[in-house]
Structure formats: C-alpha cells, structure tokens
Design a protein around this ligand. Structure first.
Ligand SMILES: N[C@@H](CCC(=O)N[C@@H](CS)C(=O)NCC(=O)O)C(=O)O
Length: 218
C-alpha cells in the first residue's frame, strides 16, 4: 500500500461479482486486505455483529480502520482516491473520469441488473426467462459497441470500469452463456484474462467452481 500500512478488513463472498471486482482492484493496486469470507447460505451476513457494521447486510463491505463502506464501485473508487489518487485506474482528468463513471453507472444500473435478472432464476429456480434474456442481449450489445476498436472499455488504458464490467459479465460463464454475438466482448475478456496476473485467482477459479456446482445441481 502507498503510505498507510494497516490492513483493511474485507468482508466478501468469492463468487459474488461485486466482491470479485473489488478484489481485482485491490490486487491491481497491491492493497493488502484482511480477507473475511462471509457465507451467505449460512446467513453470516445477518448476524448481529455484521448487521451493526452494515445495516444493508451486503458484501462486499470494507472496514478501513473504523471507516465502513459498502457498494463495490464506491469501494473501488475509495481505494484509488485514498491510496493512489494519481493512478490511471481512475483518471483525474474530468472527462476521462466522467467516462469511467458513466460505465460504472451503466454497469450497476443496467448491465449487472440485466445479468442478475437473467442468471438468478436459472441458477436458483431452473427458470429461463425469455424477456430477461432479450433485455440482457440488448445491454450486452451496448457493451460490445462500447468496445469496438478499443483496447479497454473507457479507451486506451485499463480503468475501474474494465474491472467492474469484467466481474459482472463473466458471471454469465456460470450458466455457459453464449457470447458469440458479441465479438468485441469476447476479445476483451480474452485479453484481460491473459493480461491481469490476478485474473485466475480472483475471477477464474471461483467462477469455475460456481459453474461446476450449477452443473451438478442440474
Ligand atoms: N450494489 C451492490 C450489490 C451487492 C450485493 O448484491 N451483494 C450480494 C452478494 S452478490 C449480497 O450481499 N447479498 C446478501 C444481502 O444483500 O443480504 C454492490 O455492488 O456492492
């Protein structure tokens, strides 16, 4: 970490997309986290202690020396703002930062929502909703368009928007989603898988395990 050495407590669930996005950001910045795994099935997020810290009882949540924060994208921005304010992951120049923000908002409000609305009923109720599928197709098409002729989603450099969207989109691998109509997305995922040294540990492995569990539940 840049100047402060105390570890940040990080409450997380390895398979959760928002948690994977925060973990990739921490790895990218070499921020040391004290990993505290929360088993949502065991309702560990509903204990009195956790609830007292985060009344929204969601992961990811951090506790940075008494400062408690949740909402993955806010945590990612906080890491850069607090510890690496000049890092390219969250550019300081207003227009560049606004572009990253636009994509982060697109992720939380549009793409990740569409992914959840489609994937959750399949995984938890074995129910495939065609309307949700077509809504997701629309949003994936937007992402594919954003990525046309670009190395990264906000331009030439890797930013928080790539990490957030990558964590979201790869959730679809759990159900073997067919990406073939989104060639720019396929190339971008392939490239990031190769380029990010922490990809396999933080994103690849938990997703493969979730996929395995989903398959054996079928
Ligand atoms: N918008 C939030 C979403 C967080 C979220 O939905 N977390 C889920 C796990 S993926 C959770 O904690 N669910 C349990 C609960 O909310 O009670 C973020 O990006 O951090």
């Amino acid at each position: 970490m840049a100047d402060e050495k105390a570890k940040i407590d990080f409450y997380y669930t390895p398979e959760s997309a928002p948690c994977r996005a925060v973990l990739m950001t921490a790895k990218h910045l070499a921020i040391d986290l004290n990993l505290i795994e929360i088993d949502l099935n065991q309702k560990q997020h509903l204990t009195e202690l956790f609830f007292k810290m985060n009344p929204f009882h969601c992961v990811p949540t951090i506790n940075d020396n008494g400062f408690v924060l949740w909402e993955s994208r806010a945590i990612m921005q906080y890491f850069v703002n607090k510890y690496f304010p000049n890092h390219q992951l969250y550019p300081r120049e207003a227009a560049k930062r606004a572009t990253v923000d636009r994509l982060l908002f697109f992720d939380i409000g549009t793409l990740y929502k569409a992914l959840r609305d489609y994937i959750h009923p399949i995984v938890h109720e074995n129910k495939r909703d065609e309307i949700a599928e077509s809504r997701l197709w629309d949003k994936m098409k937007f992402l594919d368009t954003f990525l046309k002729n670009k190395h990264f989603v906000a331009g030439d450099q890797l930013t928080l928007a790539d990490l957030s969207l990558l964590a979201s989109v790869t959730s679809a691998e759990i159900i073997d989603y067919n990406f073939s109509q989104f060639p720019n997305v396929i190339n971008w995922i392939r490239k990031l898988k190769l380029e990010l040294p922490y990809y396999e540990e933080v994103n690849g492995k938990p997703l493969r395990e979730a996929k395995q569990r989903f398959k054996s539940s079928q």
